[in-house]
Write a protein that binds this ligand. Structure first.
Ligand code: HSE
Length: 385
């Protein structure tokens, strides 16, 4: 019997218990023994449920129990999630988490602490919900130098855009529906303003390029200023506006951003709809590979946490290949002068440029963000991927 503890018994924490219960036979078969949830740390008491007797209020109870070998942190937020994770690692317990805020801010310290205490810190569920992306990036793609990562990293905003485009739902109604389905963060500002996707691209960039950049330094724009008319104009040619997280190494700089971008019909990301995420990774020898699946929700996210739990219980002392250090802000590049194709909505025609006219807008080739802003005052503009 392997005893574990769950910190935070909300959507994801409760999902872990459900997955461990639903798949207990297969898990026992794989592991050769049962997994027991020894403790749940939560503010609520869960009275009248089968979990009532294992609810504790003090992390010390968990830290002091030598039988607890692993702690799943699904509390959300930075504090006390970080302090509890650190204390668990220092007490010789491995930690798994879905908490991207903690990984993005304190990941390097927690990985180092895990190493010093001969335990493990894994965070598969922190990016892409149920999609296996962290382990493939670190292990399966280890023979590659990663050139770029481009993805739809937030299920809530992708779901909202989809509801607005296909069902004519209002932004507010679509957001409420995402919250009801358990996709959105506690504070949905993190989803709609792009902060959640920003943490995720920071984590992926750290794994790919070895540097974790402070999230505050990354260019970020959410979906709150999107005008439905752009969505409609683009839909005439089968194109979609998606909230994209992107990281690319160019010489000794990293271009990194989160912002709405246009995916033309032939871009596989255009067909990623609803709560699904799609993450395109480009390796120098493999070329492009795309990871696709449910990016949010109780069971998909719990599935990723449970995969980390089993990975650790099967190999508690494995030395992980996950490592990164703090990145300096000066290494980040805003890519304001790089030439791309842009969707631009404005009154005047883009004279002197090669362009394709849409209804009241243009797809202009070989132009930079700086040029657009210097030459015109467009009503809206988005980079075409
Ligand atoms: N709020 C997040 C999303 C949850 O919508 O993608 C998964 O990280």
């Amino acid at each position: 019997m392997k005893k574990i503890a769950i910190l935070g018994f909300g959507i994801v924490g409760g999902g872990i218990a459900e997955v461990l219960d639903q798949n207990k036979d297969q898990i026992e078969y794989q592991l050769g023994e049962k997994v027991e949830i020894g403790y749940i740390l939560d503010k609520l008491d869960f009275k009248g449920t089968k979990y009532e007797s294992i609810v504790v209020k003090d992390i010390q109870t968990i830290l002091d129990d030598p039988e607890v070998v692993l702690v799943a942190e699904t509390m959300g937020g930075l504090h006390p999630a970080y302090e509890f994770s650190l204390a668990a690692l220092q007490a010789g317990k491995s930690v798994v988490t879905s908490n991207k805020a903690v990984v993005a801010k304190y990941g390097s310290i927690l990985l180092q602490t895990a190493k010093e205490n001969n335990v493990r810190y894994l965070f598969e569920a922190s990016v892409g919900g149920g999609i296996p992306i962290i382990r493939p990036l670190c292990d399966s793609l280890a023979g590659n130098k990663i050139c770029s990562i481009t993805g739809i990293l937030n299920g809530t905003t992708n779901f909202i855009l989809n509801e607005m485009e296909n069902k004519g739902a209002s932004f507010e109604a679509a957001l409420a529906s995402a919250q009801e389905k358990g996709y959105a963060e506690k504070d949905p500002t993190d989803d709609i303003e792009g902060y959640d996707a920003k943490r995720k691209i920071c984590i992926l960039a750290a794994l790919a390029f070895g540097k974790m950049f402070p999230e505050e330094a990354v260019a970020c724009e959410g979906i709150t200023n999107l005008d439905l008319c752009d969505v409609n104009i683009l839909s005439e040619i089968g194109a979609k506006i998606k909230l994209i997280g992107h990281a690319k190494q160019v010489d000794d700089h990293i271009i990194m951003y989160v912002r709405p971008c246009v995916c033309l019909m032939d871009n596989p990301l255009a067909s990623v709809s609803g709560v699904y995420n799609g993450i395109m990774v480009e390796g120098n020898v493999l070329g492009k590979v795309m990871f696709y699946g449910k990016g949010a929700g109780r069971l998909p996210t719990a599935s990723a946490v449970v995969s980390d739990i089993l990975n650790i219980l099967m190999s508690p002392c494995k030395v992980d290949s996950i490592k990164f250090e703090e990145g300096a802000v000066k290494e980040l590049c805003q890519d304001r002068s790089g030439k791309h194709t842009f969707y631009i909505r404005m009154e005047q025609e883009p004279v002197g440029y090669s362009y394709r006219a849409l209804s009241g807008a243009y797809l202009v080739d070989q132009i930079s963000r700086n040029e657009i802003e210097e030459k015109w005052q467009p009503d809206a503009y988005y980079q075409v991927l």
